[in-house]
Design a protein around this ligand. Structure first.
Ligand code: ADP
Ligand code: MG
Length: 399
């Protein structure tokens, strides 16, 4: 969709801002450009909408060399969001958002209706905020209006230059979350500039890590963090990159262990036999509808089972079921949740494992060992990522 071919930009004063740059952004892909100040990120972005012209090399959009494209026509296909937002101070939020559709010749009514929808989409109630002026908004709200306005003409491409750079960390995280939700819905081709590695790995499908005027690594977040291509990248992503990697690696079905599973209404004897057969110390307990209830330890089943003939307190004979001895399990997560959340949940509940659900269905458990293996896998599978990945027998058997 966006393709750089050996692009160099030398400014008139001799500064080489971008040096022989080649990369490609696929349709619907979100690529973050990350690097320290002055490394050429903004210059790269401005060459996509022709605010800056390359000194040599070509930039193609949709296969077309944009050197021959009328800049105005080109920019209509690209929403542009910058840190200073550039809202018109004397126009209301609704009119600011409606600017582009009006420019494109929409009627006032249609443009305003579209603007209201977009404000809704970025989480601003148009009834409440539409009539306000930019200086009556918080920094985070102004950035949302900036995003809404960039989306107003429904452009296939979004160029975002440090759009959340000026807001405090808490608001920034909100904006990132909202933007990911939005992007899942609108699937634009996005070039997103940031100097913040956390933001880059959180948002990017792929990341371009900039050194001085050059890309040092262009890769998935997991691989940039897990297998930095150069010492420069390793240094840039930081010594805590392992921790960061936890937040970009989702829990996958293959990461899970399958402990024995028993049902709440199973007789205790049967649960005990099941645990003995597996040599397991505990089993997962599901309720009648197959939803997670909790767990039961081997000792709980064993004590009751061996004590069934004797007269212990609570030994109520043949009627004993798992229900009386099961414990609730609150440490669970959905499949696809980041490993970081899994780790945090283990710590929060002081649990040696957590349950993982696929919708309402119990899918397996994640243990610290499996979590570690999943982290390693996140590098390996990206490496082998190809449409020809063979379907393994295990996958077929599981289905
Ligand atoms: P970034 O966005 O990564 O901070 P920029 O692309 O803005 O970096 O700048 C890259 C380099 O080009 C810097 O050294 C900057 O000073 C220089 N530069 C940017 N714009 C101009 C310009 N109009 N004239 C001369 N040098 C410039
Ligand atoms: Mg910049």
């Amino acid at each position: 969709m966006i393709r750089f071919e050996q692009v160099t930009k030398r400014y008139p004063d001799g500064t080489v801002a971008v040096d022989d740059l080649s990369f490609e952004v696929g349709r619907g892909e979100l690529v973050t450009l990350v690097g320290p100040s002055g490394c050429g990120k903004t210059t790269t972005m401005k060459m996509v909408n022709r605010l800056v012209e390359p000194s040599s090399g070509r930039v193609l959009v949709d296969g077309e060399d944009i050197a021959g494209t009328d800049p105005v026509r080109l920019r209509r296909r690209m929403g542009y969001v910058i840190q200073q937002v550039g809202l018109f101070p004397h126009k209301t939020v609704l009119d600011n958002t409606a600017t582009v559709p009006l420019l494109l010749g929409e009627s006032r009514a249609v443009a305003r209706k579209r603007a209201a929808e977009l404000l809704e989409l970025v989480g601003l109630d148009p009834a409440r905020y539409g009539g306000r002026y930019p200086d009556q908004l918080s920094g985070g709200q102004r950035q949302r209006v900036g995003v809404a306005r960039a989306l107003a003409a429904d452009p296939p491409v979004l160029l975002m230059d440090e759009p959340f750079g000026a807001v405090d960390p808490v608001v920034r995280e909100h904006l990132q979350t909202e933007f990911l939700r939005l992007q899942a819905e609108v699937r634009k081709t996005v070039l997103f500039v940031t100097h913040d590695i956390e933001e880059a790995v959180r948002l990017g499908d792929r990341i371009a890590v900039y050194g001085s005027g050059r890309i040092e690594q262009f890769d998935s977040p997991a691989r940039v963090l897990g297998a930095p291509a150069t010492p420069y990248v390793a240094d840039f992503v930081g010594a805590d990159r392992g921790l960061k990697r936890l937040s970009v690696t989702p829990i996958a079905p293959g990461d899970l262990e399958q402990p024995p599973v028993v049902s709440l209404d199973d007789p205790l004897e049967r649960a005990a036999a099941r645990l003995r057969a597996d040599g397991a110390r505990w089993a997962v307990v599901l309720d009648g509808s197959g939803a997670l209830h909790g767990w039961i330890s081997a000792s709980a089943t064993g004590t009751a089972a061996s004590g069934a003939g004797a007269s212990g307190p609570g030994a109520s004979g043949a009627a004993a079921t798992v229900r009386e001895h099961a414990r609730r399990m609150d440490a669970w997560l959905p499949l696809g949740a980041p490993l970081k959340q899994a780790f945090a949940t283990m710590l929060q509940y002081d649990a040696g494992w957590i349950a993982v659900l696929d919708g309402d269905r119990f899918a397996g458990v994640l243990t610290p060992t499996r979590l570690h293996e999943a982290l390693r896998r996140s590098i390996a599978t990206d490496e082998a990522d190809s449409p020809h990945t063979p379907v393994t027998l295990a996958t077929v058997a599981d289905a």
